[in-house]
Design a protein around this ligand. Sequence first.
Ligand code: ZN
Length: 441
Amino acid sequence: MDETWLNELREFISIPSVSADPAHQDDLRRAAEWVRDFVKRAGGDAELVPYGTRDLVIGDIPATSNGKDAPTVLVYGHFDVQPPAPLDLWESPPFELEERDGWLYARGIADDKGQLYTLLKAAELLRTDGGLPVNLRIACDGEEEIGGHSIVEFLEQDERGADACIIFDGGMTRPEQPEFALATRGLVGYHVVVRTGERDLHSGYYGGAALNAIHALVEGLSAVLPRNGLLPDQLRVGRTALTEVETQSLKKLPSGAEVLLDAGATPLDPQAERDFYDRTWAEPSLDVNGIRGGKPDFVNTTLIVEAEARFTIRLAPGQDPETVGSAAERLFRRAVPDGAEVTMERENSAPPGVFAPDSPAIQLGLEAFERAVGARPILVRVGGTLPIYPALAAKGIPTIGTGFALRESNVHSPNERLRVQDVDRAVAAATELYKGLAALG
Ligand SMILES: [Zn+2]
């Protein structure tokens, strides 16, 4: 890798832009300024745009070829990082870029500063050569790791639109087999409190006659939990099956059994291994994330009158948070015994995101990647929730969501890393993408 690139990366990485830690607010601003200044050096213009409580970096790098017809490509990345703790597990300081055995180590090298850098670098190189055939609109945030919504709000109100979007903030399961993420799951979550009385009671005096809040909570939860691996039908409304092209991709991915085994997970039911990708890409799922009630730390015989839980539902592509959320509320409330007082608060809600595999931008992207890295990406879905995807989908902006992080990249963990060769591959891929997407004009 070019020495200049290494130095630039080292400088960007050395800013500890940890969004979750208020002590690093100045560093977040410095990271934003770093991106802004890089865009300016690359021949574009950019500024920090205060949005909510933080800054976005919004900028443009105009095309230098392709004339007035040059299409506009939105480039998104985030310059904030996860906290590096626990520090003692790092083999080198997290904010000092270090190269060892073909890997670059540092917090943010894979997620996402290192990858964002490659998109900006490719733009700079093309622009310097006078051959940037697309107008690039740069939109970066510093709150991705804490679930910030500023970038979503910015995109929603931005009337200009774009012909395509490129995001390098993901990775690939196998190092030589790139992946484009065509869909993400949505999310709707609840905090539930169940009350059945004024105060806890003596189970000897009242047990068998008075309603226990933990029991009521468990009955409510059992109505929304999966049976034979699938959620109740009311919670599966609207989901869309995997397309033929997505089903084809499964042949190039590790089996569900392998993925579950690697994670040390216990299959939910006998079909879970075989149906792994259906379950995580095309089905909604519900997880109870916490439950509290009573006094499990002590031997006791109390009849408990208050219990609470949090649960979240990952929505399959095609589903609507309002519809599924309301159905979950109805199922829960109906299953709780009469007389129990239930409060259900919806805490988060994000729709799934879906992009058409046959859109010209995706097709041009596949070809560009094949030229750059010698392998045609497979089209996959993401089981997680990324609010920017549905925001872009709602704007009709086809999005190439991909990246070069590997399973061994330790994203969000100590010793985060990216292969040196993947910096080169990512810059090459970004270059070919910019060239290829010129055909959208
Ligand atoms: Zn990320």
